[in-house]
Design a protein around this ligand. Structure first.
Ligand code: ADP
Ligand code: MG
Ligand code: MG
Length: 312
């Protein structure tokens, strides 16, 4: 079926996009790459008004069987995006250029999605990823999430910390590490900083960090990250595969379904009673580091899942 390719959205200089590219190829399909980093400078794209009229580098793509979305590199501050010079020169023009580019690229993905291509992951899950919304969706579905407050209101933050006892704080969207709230953080001067940006405050979960990969409604692996630090990144001491209780595995699968993700790496962590709570589901979870350190296969099942749609 040459007219229903597997598409990889991402740059092949991104190791995860490259790994999926190689994996799909090794399974006998030559993927089409939509490398958003090359667009518009070095990647010719032509779109007509008909939904299927999408031509990338001279190739009419048609309806893809499946699409792996690593990144559209839409955010000037995102990993792999270098907009420093252009921003310094003219930030207004550069921001507008980013928006023009992003608008066209997102439309391509939405067209493919509307035509029934299987997305890993769908654009429609994008809003659900927003953490203060994501956790609310999970909570409403009866799934276990930590007590959390997102706020710029010092009084609300003090009340929350008073009720919860041990609390951590972290960014609403990302970009900084998780830290424990200390008594000095609740002083006027420190909380006045909330005028600059809201912050996420959350019940401290003292259990081990566990990363769970779910693909197409199945837990592919669960890994325990052994560390002494609050925020495990860059502090991993050991990563071990573990077996999840059936009930926890079912909650993870259900969480992926509720957020609308065919593929996710989610973070769960136990509270002081040993009960797992869901910290977050990531839509474009990295897996190479976990594979290398824990000796598990995540990219393999992901590529199998993509290629399986060719037969349908
Ligand atoms: P990110 O999107 O930045 O990965 P997470 O919510 O997963 O955001 O937080 C990053 C890490 O910080 C977690 O994997 C965990 O190690 C630590 N962390 C986050 N929230 C808590 C919490 N409530 N209690 C204890 N540790 C936490
Ligand atoms: Mg995380
Ligand atoms: Mg995350």
């Amino acid at each position: 079926m040459p007219d229903s390719p597997i598409v990889i959205v991402g740059s092949l200089s991104d190791p995860h996009a490259a790994a999926v590219f190689e994996g799909v190829r090794a399974r006998g399909c030559e993927p089409v790459v939509l490398d958003a980093q090359r667009f518009p400078e070095d990647l010719p794209i032509a779109l007509g008004e008909a939904p299927e009229d999408v031509v990338i580098e001279g190739r009419r793509v048609g309806r893809p069987a499946a699409v792996y979305v690593r990144s559209l590199y839409q955010n000037p501050a995102a990993y792999g995006v270098d907009a420093d010079e252009a921003m310094k020169e003219d930030w207004r023009r550069t921001t507008l250029a980013f928006r023009e580019r992003a608008t066209l690229l997102s439309a391509i993905l939405l067209r493919w999605e509307a035509q029934g291509a299987a997305f890993y992951n769908p654009s429609s899950s994008g809003h659900n990823i927003t953490k203060p919304y994501q956790l609310a969706l999970l909570q409403a579905a009866g799934l276990p999430v930590p007590a959390t407050l997102w706020s710029n209101d010092p009084a609300a933050v003090r009340r929350f910390c008073d009720v919860q006892g041990a609390v951590v704080y972290k960014p609403v969207a990302g970009g900084a590490a998780t830290r424990k709230v200390e008594a000095r953080d609740l002083g006027d001067e420190r909380l006045d900083k909330l005028r600059a940006a809201p912050v996420c405050f959350q019940e401290l979960l003292p259990g081990d960090d566990v990363r769970v990969y779910v693909i197409d409604g199945r837990v592919v692996c669960a890994l325990r990250i052994v560390t002494d630090a609050i925020d495990f990144r860059q502090h991993e001491q050991r990563i071990d595969p573990i077996a999840l209780d059936d009930a926890v595995a079912r909650e993870c699968v259900r969480a992926a379904e509720i957020i609308g993700l065919r593929y996710t790496g989610m973070d769960i962590k136990a509270d002081r009673h040993g009960r797992y709570k869901i910290l977050e589901l990531n839509p474009s979870a990295m897996f190479l580091g976990f594979e290398a350190r824990a000796g598990v296969d995540i990219g393999g099942p992901l590529c199998d899942a993509l290629v399986a749609h060719r037969a349908q």
